[in-house]
Design a protein around this ligand. Structure first.
Ligand code: DGJ
Length: 744
């Protein structure tokens, strides 16, 4: 791994064992892009890749020639209006109204390791030999604004992290109205664009389309990364699949408004960019001030989509997630929300917790409804003190009682919100995000607190920290149930209103950061009406995220499958809930609900007392299984095998780093009859190793890794002809978990 600067050609080569990234200082002093892909050798000069020709209806930069035009050149961080007509990565509005900029190379720094980004989540290194960083300093001399392009190449992963910092060294004030985290010009358009889109209850469905000339994009302008689109997209060669071929993944480490875009020009150059969504954004850059963009991460894989995902998984699990819980086994939890909703007493909660303890649960989580006047969704948000009517000894007393049962205790908060019916709103009506003189829209009868204002964040911090200090709390579920409307802050003047969406996210990160620091051993799980803010930004503060409010075993196959393209299994909160399922009324077998949830941060979302004796035994077995294998499931290499978006079967597997253990999960959506004999080719095993196969503890034979990967594992089920006496009959929504252990 390293970063080479070839002085003569002014080219930079970032490389590790598997990838190369090349760029150069162009003749006009701006930065040009040469290559991103599989590792190539270092050469003094790759200048031939800067292709320039005369073409009609083109504008040229230099007076004395007809070739150098930014319209035809691949660039690192393009601007609009100086011969390039594609979408720019930046825009700066100047006092005279001009938006023209010209950032030219000044100098660079190369150093081991990776810098922190002030106030923002980002990937990190633990030692200098894990990554190298290049800082390219560019300056617009007229504006006296400096721009630093940051690139970090990781040693172990095919990943490059990028971001941009602006610094106003001049005397004038500017409005930064667009500042992408990265831009990348690729030489052709032979790609499929894959995005992860959906809505509440069906987050991160896989959507694929061929790139076309013009702009294709996804984004969010809701103030949160959103259920609707995820800040992650892929470009894949049409011939690439899960296991082979060229795939690039682009991810933004950010939780607010974002744009992910690919523009294909008429010469088939594909410009990919990601960053804060420019709609409504502007940042007032005063003399002496800086603006740092969020970080973007680009992964390049020749091992298909699984190869790309595994790189993101390792990077995000070990070098984005942080702290006490990063490498620890996550507790099996039981959350009372679907068991009681708002309708509980302390006695009832203790009863639920006792049953949970009996079956092996380790952490009891009290969800919404424990504070102030909160007995429905219409009141109490913002008043973070216990409802002493419901909980006679407060959270302190309840947490002690739960701990006395031998369980850890966790608590729900929704710190960014306020109901109008609350003491907080009555004392500080101006603390909500709203536009003076305009109607303030609500969502779930709640309003968004103005986290762009420090005093608001400070106040909330005071309340929540008090509860966390005085009670025995090991886990916090941090919810967020509405998006921002009428965005405006009474804490800022006119020229700062375009900053509020971003300042809000900075306030959110600041609150998380303060709580992480004061309570390093508390496990945080982020949540936003399910998976409405499942993004890398929050994984920095909360290593797990509630994946979706939809807990049905079949729906979750799709949601977790889609989520797995960028995010590690350890980050996906996944619970078994009651049937008929509360979101869609389906009755999925308990076994299948457990088998899906086992591939996540596992838990229950029900009152175990409502299950039959037989079902309780299944639950006990599920918990035993998860405790035994959670380390493997969370840290192994995850392979998607069969997609729920493509057929009647879903399959995935996880293989330990040393290839000695693996678990295969196999799901069938609808049962069928008189069907074919079936096999499933496994992945990631050691060819020559013999694996002992077991299913529900029963020996299912021994197989070479090469057998299981080439011939395949036999998955013929009861639907192929007459059912043998020792075979389990199938049903709709049926599933199996198969464990493989290397024999000595
Ligand atoms: C939305 C969350 O996704 C649910 O799990 C639950 O915590 C409710 N909010 C509580 O209001």
């Amino acid at each position: 791994m390293g970063i080479i600067f070839n002085e003569g050609s002014k080219e930079f080569h970032l490389y590790n064992d598997r990838i190369s990234y090349l760029m150069k200082v162009m003749r006009n002093g701006q930065m040009g892009q040469l290559y991103f892909g599989k590792r190539i050798p270092n050469k003094e000069n790759y200048d031939y890749l800067m292709e320039n020709r005369y073409r009609p209806v083109t504008s040229y930069v230099f007076d004395d020639e007809y070739s150098f035009t930014l319209e035809h050149l691949k660039q690192e961080y393009p601007a609009y209006g100086t011969t390039d007509y594609r979408m720019p990565a930046l825009e700066i509005v100047q006092p005279n109204g001009s938006r023209i900029t010209d950032f030219r190379y000044v100098s660079h720094k190369i150093y081991p390791g990776k810098p922190q980004l002030k106030g923002l989540p980002a990937t990190y290194t633990e030692s200098g030999d894990e990554a190298d960083t290049l800082e390219l300093l560019l300056r617009d001399d007229l504006l006296q604004v400096e721009m630093t392009l940051l690139y970090t190449i990781f040693q172990r992963e095919n990943a490059i992290a990028r971001s941009v910092r602006f610094e106003n060294k001049g005397k004038e004030e500017y409005q930064l109205t667009s500042a992408m985290s990265f831009s990348l010009d690729l030489p052709d358009d032979e790609y499929e664009w894959i995005q992860f889109s959906g809505a509440w209850g069906r987050e991160r469905y896989v959507k694929t389309r061929a790139l076309q000339q013009g702009i294709q994009s996804v984004g969010s302008v809701r103030g949160a990364s959103s259920h609707h689109h995820n800040p992650f997209v892929m470009l894949k060669r049409p011939t690439a699949d899960e296991f082979q071929g060229e795939v690039m993944g682009f991810s933004l480490v950010y939780s607010g408004n974002f744009l992910a875009q690919a523009e294909v020009d008429t010469y088939k150059v594909t410009r990919v960019m990601m960053g804060i969504h420019p709609l409504g954004f502007s940042w007032c850059l005063k003399p002496g001030e800086e603006f740092q963009t969020p970080e973007g991460v680009m992964v390049y894989s020749t091992e298909g989509m699984n190869g790309m995902s595994q790189a993101f998984h390792r990077l995000y699990r070990t070098r984005l997630a942080r702290g006490y819980w990063r490498d620890r086994e996550r507790p099996v939890l039981l959350n009372n929300w679907e068991a009681t909703y708002f309708d509980f007493t302390e006695e009832k909660l203790i009863e639920i917790a006792k049953n949970a303890k009996e079956d092996g649960v380790e952490l009891f989580v009290l969800d919404d409804g424990w504070f102030s006047t909160r007995c429905t969704e219409t009141s109490g948000l913002g008043d973070w003190w216990p409802n002493m009517g419901r909980l006679p000894e407060g959270i302190k007393g309840l947490s002690e009682k739960v701990e006395a049962l031998g369980l850890k205790f966790g608590l729900w908060f929704e710190l960014e919100m306020v109901n109008k019916d609350s003491e907080l709103y009555r004392s500080h009506p101006d603390w909500i995000i709203h536009t003076p003189g305009r109607h303030a829209s609500h969502g779930r009868k709640q309003y968004v607190l103005d986290f762009s204002r420090k005093e608001v964040v400070d106040y909330i911090y005071g309340l929540v920290a008090k509860i966390l200090r005085e009670s025995k709390i090991s886990y916090v579920k941090w919810d967020m149930n509405r998006n921002i409307t009428e965005c405006f802050s009474e804490g800022f003047g006119a020229k700062h209103q375009g900053e509020i969406f971003h300042r809000y996210i900075l306030g959110l990160y600041d609150l998380y950061d303060r709580l992480n620091r004061e309570f390093p051993q508390i496990l945080f799980e982020s949540c936003a009406s399910g998976g409405g803010r499942f993004d890398p930004g929050l994984l920095y503060y909360a290593p797990q995220c509630w994946t979706s409010d939809d807990t049905d075993g079949l729906e979750r196959q799709k949601i977790q499958y889609g989520t797995s393209y960028a995010y590690p299994v350890s980050s996906m909160g996944a619970h078994v809930s009651i049937t008929p399922n509360h979101q869609l009324n389906r009755v999925t077998p308990l076994k299948t609900r457990g088998n899906v949830a086992a591939f996540g941060a596992f838990g229950y979302e029900l009152d175990l007392a409502r299950l039959s004796k037989e079902e309780r035994e299944i639950v006990k077995e599920q918990i035993r299984f998860v405790k035994k294998y959670r380390k493997l499931i969370h840290t192994g290499n995850f392979y998607r095998l069969l997609s729920p978006f493509e057929g009647n079967f879903t399959a995935w597997m996880v293989v330990s780093e040393d290839k000695k253990q693996a678990i295969v999960a196999y799901f069938k959506t609808l049962n069928d009859v008189n069907r074919e004999f079936r096999r499933l080719q496994l992945k990631g095993l050691d060819e020559g190793t013999v694996y002992q196969m077991t299913e529900e503890g029963k020996d299912s034979g021994c197989f070479f890794g090469s057998e299981l990967m080439n011939i395949g594992m036999v998955t013929t089920d009861a639907s192929a002809g007459e059912v043998p006496a020792d075979m389990e009959p199938c049903s709709d929504f049926w599933s199996r978990l198969v464990v493989l252990n290397a024999k000595e």
